[in-house]
Design a protein around this ligand. Sequence first.
Ligand code: ASP
Ligand code: MG
Length: 455
Amino acid sequence: MKVIKIGGGCLKNGPAARKIIELIAKRGEGDVFVVSAFYGVTDILISGIEKALENEDGIPSIITRLKTLHNAIIKILIDDGNKKKQLSRNLSGIFKKLERYYYGISFTREATPRMRDMIATFGERICAVILSKSLSSMGKDSTCLFPEDAGIISDGRFMDASAVMTKTSKNLMAAMALVMTSRKIVFIPGFYGVSESGDITTFGRGGSDYSAAVVAASLKADVLEIWKDTKGFMTADPDNIPHCKLIPELTYEEAAELSYTGAGILHPRTVEPVKKAGVGIAIKNTYNPDAQGSLITKNACTAEKIVKSVSYTSDISVLKIYASGIGARFGILSMITENLALAGINIKSVVTSQTCISLLLSRKDIEKGHQSIKKIRPVPFRKSSIVTDVALVSIVGEGLQNNRGVAAKCFTAVSDANVNIEMISFGTSNAALYFLVHEDKLDTTINALHDIFFD
Ligand code: ASP
Ligand code: MG
C-alpha cells in the first residue's frame, strides 16, 4: 500500500483537481491519500479569524467566499447534477459549523489557540470530503477518514504539534483494518491531529506533508509519494538556474536540509517519522506521473562532487548580541532564547563567538525579537543590532564534513566571484554547509556555486 500526499499546486483550482481525480481513479485503488486544503483556503480561514475579532459583520462574506471557491471546484469535479447537489448539502453542515465558530470568536472577542487551530483545519476537511465524493461519483469505492476518528494522536501543542507515533500507529492500523480493501481509496485530511484530551491541534503551516509522513510511517507503507506540480528536488532553484538538473536520489538528511533552506518541496519535519520507520519518500510530478522524480531513502547514492544542491532562503535576518566572554559566562544564551520563545519567535539557527551571539530569525520576526530582548532586566549584554539585507545560502550533500576540499572549493568559488561571506555555519550537520551573503550578491553566489559543482 502507498500513502500519497496531494496538495499545493495540484489543488490550485477545478481543472488541476480534476486532473488529480482522474489520476487517482486510474492508479489509486488500495492506497491512502492525505490531502491539504485547496489552494489559498487556509489563508482565507485564518484571515477570517481576524475579521471576526474585529466585527461580526464580516462573517457572512467569509463564508460566502469559501462556498463560492469550493462550489466552483465541485462543478468541475462532479458531472452528475444530483450528486453535486447532495455534496453541497453535505458541505453546508460543515460550513454552518465553521460559521458558528466565527460568531463564537466575535461574541467573546477572543481567539484562543484552540479555536484558531480548529478553524484552520476546515480547509483539509472540506477538501477530503470533496475529493472522496468526486471519486464515488465516478463509481469508485472511496471513503474519508478523519484524524479524530482514525486516532492520529498529537502532543497537544497548538499550532505546532507533533504526532505521538506509537499510539497513532496502533490506532491507524486498527482504523484502516476496518475500512481498507484492495479497491478502496481512502482520503485523510492532513495538517492536524487530536490530543489525548480531545483538542484538534495543527502541525504548523504546511503541515500536511508531515501528516502524510506520520500516516505512511504508522501504516508501514511501501512508500510515501508526494504528488507535486514540479519534477522533484533540483540542483538549484530553476528560477535562478534554468539549466539546473533533477536530483534522482537523496538521503533523508539531505532532503531535511533542503526543506529547511526553502526548496519548498517538503515541510521541514516530513522526514522525521518516515526515516525512523524506514519508509522511502518519492516526489512525483503529476504532469508526468511515470517520470523518475526524486527518491529519498537511507542508502541514496553520493553525488560525484558530494554536493547535490545549492539552495538558499531570503527569509533570514540576524539578531546580533554583543557581550564579552560569552563562552565563559553562564546563562546569557538561555536568557535570550527563553525571552524569544515567550514572545512566540522561532530561532532558525544560532552562531556564537566569544564576543557575539548571532541568532538567525525570519525577517517577519526580527523587529519584534529585537524589541523583546531589549526589555530583559538586568540587561545581560553590552549592545545589540540587527542585519536584514542578507540571504542564507547552503550547499547540501551527505558527507560534506568528511570529504576534504568541498568547503574549500565552495569558498574559493564564492571569493572568486567577488562575494564576501558574512557568516559561516559548518559542522553542525554532515549534510549541509550554510553561510550568509549580502542579498545583492545572492544571484552571483548561486551561479558561481552551481558552476563549480555541476557544470
Ligand atoms: N493547508 C495548510 C496550510 O496551508 C497545510 C498544508 O498546506 O500543508 O498551511
Ligand atoms: Mg504544502
